[in-house]
Write a protein that binds this ligand. Structure first.
Ligand code: HEC
Ligand code: HEC
Length: 425
């Protein structure tokens, strides 16, 4: 008995020694091919925010200032309590810490960050919007979110002296909305029967006058959102050291586990098939076999989102867009196909700190849980899971997790834009 105890102890020591030796080896130097991959992920390669020809005030500072005020203004809601910042909280990288957004009611999906969305050709998990300005209009009239109507919002712009003056300086004189027989208290097309009835009674010219101002609210909010950009993280400092060939700096910035995790990320774990480029997203839609939210039918994702964006009067091809028609390349060459059933937009991985729960309905709480999911690649509940099992060991999964944590960084935006403006109500 005693002898077998000793053998057991020796085996344990040998195994531990072998593991320790494996873990503490010096990491292999990066190959040229790997260095190219690393450079492609580096924030230093991020181009300036692309122009948005569909929004002529996209880069107008005055529009951004008004958009900033609108973003934090709870008067833009049905109950006077909901601003965009209720769900997109600056302190949480513009998310809310909930599985699904919550304001007047419950949103259908998880609240994504807004940081860096100016680079995204598609907005929402299913990409049903193709510009930031058009996106911003949807929560305003969503009964579960801001729950108001466009007539009410347009009147706020007309009646608040600061909004009115700022608006007119940007877009010209506002129409006169004071005649309540033509412009009732509340009106909007859509799900609210009273508002919809009031809307349908209006002349199409008056509907157009309201739409014009409503659209410009979205365009001002978008001008603000374009200022919310990601900053270099510890990962980027490491890449800079790699590109400079500075071994000492590399060792000071990343530990071995993080280096190994990064190597897995770009090679064996195949993450860069979708999470690529300086924002760690290919801006495409993929089915990765994420389980449905408990008690709900699986989300059809992009296959519905694609139909919605093509039929949206507020898309880049519509007459509210300031773009010349031929510049709507994304919309004109939109990808369709059966593989889009259950597909969601690849999210950036630069906002993982403080943005749990993750995935389109907040189905996952921790990074460990996510990595376990990719390692198993279970069959999808709807459509087809594009990824296949990875066969990584537990310690490899921990290394991947350690690497993902190095991507955290606060937004590059000055603090002035991260809090409500002084003049906000
Ligand atoms: C009740 C919470 C809530 C409020 C209020 C809210 N949002 Fe959102 N936001 C969400 C949710 C949930 C999604 C994802 C919905 C989906 O994909 O179907 C989202 C998505 C977005 C996106 C897309 C991000 C991406 O990566 O695709 C942007 C941009 C955004 N919201 C901006 C705004 C603005 C601007 C306002 C104010 C006008 C606003 N939101 C108000 C919850 C909210
Ligand atoms: C086939 C494309 C694809 C591959 C490969 C892929 N991802 Fe994803 N990733 C996605 C999509 C799409 C989502 C959103 C899925 C959803 O919500 O249904 C996502 C979500 C995530 C999230 C959650 C982010 C958030 O804010 O909610 C993390 C973290 C993540 N992936 C990390 C990884 C890692 C690490 C790997 C490699 C092991 C990987 N991904 C491989 C496409 C991919």
């Amino acid at each position: 008995m005693r002898r077998s105890g000793v053998i057991l102890a020796i085996t344990a020591i040998v195994l531990f020694g072998a593991w320790w030796f494996y873990e503490s080896r010096d990491p292999v130097p990066w190959s040229d091919i790997e260095i190219d991959k690393l450079r492609s992920l580096w924030i230093g390669g991020l181009p300036p925010v692309p122009p948005d020809p569909s929004n002529r005030v996209a880069d107008d500072r005055r529009a951004a200032e008004l958009g900033h005020k609108l973003f934090f203004d709870p008067r833009l809601s049905g109950n006077g309590n909901v601003s965009c910042a209720v769900c997109h909280q600056p302190a949480r990288r513009f998310t809310d810490g909930l599985p699904k957004g919550r304001a007047i009611g419950l949103s259908k999906r998880n609240t994504p960050s807004i940081v860096g969305t100016a680079y995204s050709p598609w907005l929402f998990w299913d990409g049903r919007k193709d510009s930031q300005w058009s996106q911003a209009l949807e929560p305003l009239e969503n009964p579960a979110e801001h729950g108001g109507n466009r007539m009410q919002y347009v009147r706020l712009i007309a009646c608040d002296p600061e909004y009115r003056a700022g608006y007119e300086a940007l877009f010209g004189t506002l129409p006169d909305f004071s005649d309540y027989s033509r412009f009732p208290e509340a009106a909007a097309p859509g799900v609210n029967p009273e508002w919809n009835a009031a809307w349908q009674l209006m002349s199409s010219e008056d509907q157009e006058r309201i739409n014009e101002v409503f659209i410009n609210i979205g365009k001002m909010i978008a001008a603000y959102e374009r200022l919310l950009l990601p900053a270099p993280s510890r990962f980027d400092a490491y890449i800079e050291a790699v590109l400079d060939g500075d071994d000492i700096a590399q060792q000071m910035i990343f530990n071995d586990a993080e280096i190994r995790g990064l190597r897995l990320f770009i090679n064996d774990a195949r993450c860069t098939e979708c999470h690529n480029g300086p924002l760690f997203t290919n801006n495409e839609f993929h089915n990765t076999g994420i389980l449905s939210y408990p008690g709900e039918v699986p989300d059809r994702g992009r296959s519905n989102g694609m139909r919605k964006v093509l039929g949206d009067p507020f898309n880049c091809l519509g007459h509210y867009s300031d773009a010349a028609e031929r510049r709507c390349a994304e919309l004109s060459f939109v990808r369709t196909g059966i593989e889009l059933v259950g597909a969601m937009r690849t999210p950036s991985l630069r906002n993982l700190e403080d943005t749990s729960p993750y995935m389109h309905k907040g189905q996952m709480i921790s990074l460990a849980e996510i990595l376990d999911h990719y390692n198993r690649a279970p069959p999808a509940m709807i459509g087809h899971n594009e990824s296949s099992p990875l066969g990584l060991s537990r310690s490899e999964l921990r290394q991947l997790e350690a690497f993902l944590e190095t991507l955290a960084a606060p937004p590059a935006t000055t603090t002035q834009w991260l809090a409500p403006p002084d003049s906000a109500n």
